[in-house]
Every structure is written in structure tokens, then in C-alpha cells.
Design a protein around this ligand. Structure first.
Ligand code: CP
Length: 316
């Protein structure tokens, strides 16, 4: 048995729970497979039959616009049957445990669970619990991981920059509370990006973050110098215990991405954000909607990347 709970005995992807510890060939296989799905929406019939007859359950215990919807679109484009469990009106509200909910849905012959939860480790718990023929994808758990977001970010970077091996990438903002940042850092370092920077106030950085192989900056002017890719992050107010910042205005002054600060990066740098965006707090609208922004493209590529992840898991 592999030490990695995401891999089966043959070293193939059984669940997609985190980018941490996933070998580069597995990450690249997802990106390469996604390339083959990018053109599907341009066909007369926007579907392929790869997951026909499979039942995919979306279990979103936290709000989501992009991830939930693009997983649903991706599953439908693969011809799967999709069930979106309405958590608010489910028996969770009567006290049913997470694993009892999963047991009941498994009894309905679920083939795959897509799980978002406020508790770090929720998707791992389900993955350990389900039968071997059921696959689990983590769609974001607490502060821990959001692997498909990181993978669609890698896909977007590769589309615009071609090669990971000569890039300088800066992740900017609330690293401390960000599952996206953790998954991005693991994916970027595994894929061979030579310089990954994090730019953040000290109060929004995890302790010992440098052990993840990143360079730490607290000053945007220094941190953004000659950067190829900017990965902006949302201030995760819902996960902050107590005040970590003087005010939103103060944060925007020092860490909000404006055209002036962006000018420190390379002239062809791309600007990314996983969404949802707080305009005027971490990013100025002129940048979010500007010519260097690829934020909408990230969302579109997310469908192909999620199609790829589901297809690979279903085949293992
Ligand atoms: N990026 C992201 O996870 O967005 P949603 O919360 O809308 O899914």
C-alpha cells in the first residue's frame, strides 16, 4: 500500500485530496488530459461519453460559485449523472453525521464524491471511509487544501507561460488562511518553478512558511520585482480569529494590487485570482479587469481540469 492516501497500490490516483506529495507525472497527466477537453464546448454536442452511467455527488458544506458549478458542468460534459446535495435542507440539519450522510449516498450507488467543507481533513476522512471503488475529490477543506483550484491555476500558467522551469511566481495576500495558497505552493514547487515568492503582512503568514520552499516578502515593491505570474488571494475574513489588520483601507494601501504596483512585475506578467474577489481590498478593478488579468480564463479552464481529474480517477 502506498504511503500516500491518494494513491492506490499501483501508484495511481485513487482520490484527489491535496497537491502535497503528488508526483510531477501525476500533476502533468491531469494538465495534459485537461488539454484534450478544452475544445469540447466548441463542438455541436458539448459532451463526451467518458463517465456515462456514473453518479457524481456534489457535497458542498460551504458556499461556492465557481467550484461547485464547474464541477457540475464538467461532470455533465462527461455524460455523468450529477446530484447536488442541498446541505441546508438535508438531514445534516437534523444532526446526521458526515459519515452517515456519506453512507446513505453510497447506498444509492455513488461513484464519486466532490466535497467542500469548512473542517480541514473532511475529504480525507470520507476517502478513508468509502469502499475502494468510490473516489473522492477535495473541493476545498478549511485552510488545508484546494487541489483542483491549484491545478487549474497550473494549467492557466502553462497556457500563458509554456514552461514552469524559468518562472518567478508571487502569491500575494492572506497566506495564513488560504487553502489555495498551500495547494499552489506544493504544485508550483513540484512542477519545477525555480522561484516561488509569498508577499504578505507578517500577521497573515503561517509560521515557518519558508520551509515550504518559498521566499518571503512583506513589501510589494520588492516582492513583485520581475515577477512573471501574480497569484492574488482573498482576505479570508470568515476564517480570521480576531483582528489581524488595522483596516481594509490600510491593507489595500500596502497589499492591494494596483496598476502602479503591477508595473514592478515583468511587462508581460499575468494576474490571477481564484475568486471570489474583494475589489478595492486585495485588487483594484482596473487590474482585475485589465489586459494582464486572466481571471475569467482561470474559471473556464477549471472545467477542463475538473473533467480531467474525474476521468483519471474513474479510470483507476
Ligand atoms: N475559487 C473558489 O474556490 O471559488 P468558489 O468558492 O466560488 O468555489
Amino acid at each position: 500500500m502506498s504511503n500516500n492516501p491518494q494513491l492506490n497500490k499501483g501508484g495511481e490516483l485513487q482520490h484527489l485530496l491535496t497537491t502535497e506529495g503528488l508526483p510531477a507525472p501525476i500533476l502533468l497527466n491531469i494538465l495534459d488530459t485537461a488539454e484534450s477537453f478544452v475544445g469540447v464546448p466548441e463542438r455541436d454536442i458539448k459532451k463526451v461519453p467518458l463517465l456515462r452511467g456514473k453518479s457524481i455527488f456534489n457535497l458542498f458544506f460551504e458556499p461556492s460559485t465557481r467550484t461547485r458549478t464547474t464541477f457540475e458542468i464538467a461532470a455533465k460534459r462527461l455524460s455523468a449523472d450529477v446530484v447536488n446535495l442541498n446541505i441546508a435542507s438535508s438531514s445534516q440539519s437534523k444532526g446526521e453525521t458526515l459519515l452517515d450522510t456519506v453512507n446513505n449516498l453510497s447506498a444509492m450507488h455513488a461513484d464519486m464524491f466532490i466535497v467542500r467543507h469548512s473542517q480541514s481533513g473532511a475529504a480525507h476522512l470520507i476517502a478513508r471511509h468509502v469502499k475502494p471503488e468510490i473516489h473522492v475529490i477535495n473541493a476545498g477543506d478549511g485552510r488545508h487544501a484546494h487541489p483542483t483550484q491549484a491545478l487549474l491555476d497550473m494549467f492557466t500558467i502553462r497556457r500563458y507561460k509554456r514552461d514552469f522551469h524559468n518562472l518567478c511566481v508571487a502569491i500575494v495576500g492572506d497566506i495564513l488562511h488560504s487553502r489555495v495558497a498551500r495547494s499552489q505552493i506544493h504544485a508550483l514547487t513540484t512542477l519545477g518553478v525555480p522561484e516561488v515568492r509569498v508577499i504578505s503582512p507578517k500577521t497573515l503568514l503561517p509560521t515557518k512558511v519558508d520551509r515550504l520552499g518559498v521566499r518571503v516578502f512583506h513589501d510589494m515593491a520588492k516582492g513583485l520585482k520581475d515577477v512573471d505570474v501574480l497569484l492574488m488571494l482573498r482576505l479570508q475574513n470568515e476564517r480570521m480569529l480576531g483582528a489581524r489588520l488595522p483596516s481594509a483601507e490600510e491593507y489595500f494601501k500596502y497589499y492591494g494590487l494596483t496598476q502602479e504596483k503591477l508595473a514592478r512585475a515583468k511587462h508581460d506578467a499575468i494576474v490571477m485570482h481564484p475568486g471570489p474577489m474583494n475589489r478595492g481590498i486585495e485588487i483594484d478593478s482596473a487590474v482585475a479587469d485589465g489586459k494582464q488579468s486572466v481571471i475569467s480564463q482561470q474559471v473556464t479552464f477549471g472545467i477542463a481540469v475538473r473533467m480531467a481529474a474525474m476521468t483519471i480517477l474513474a479510470g483507476n
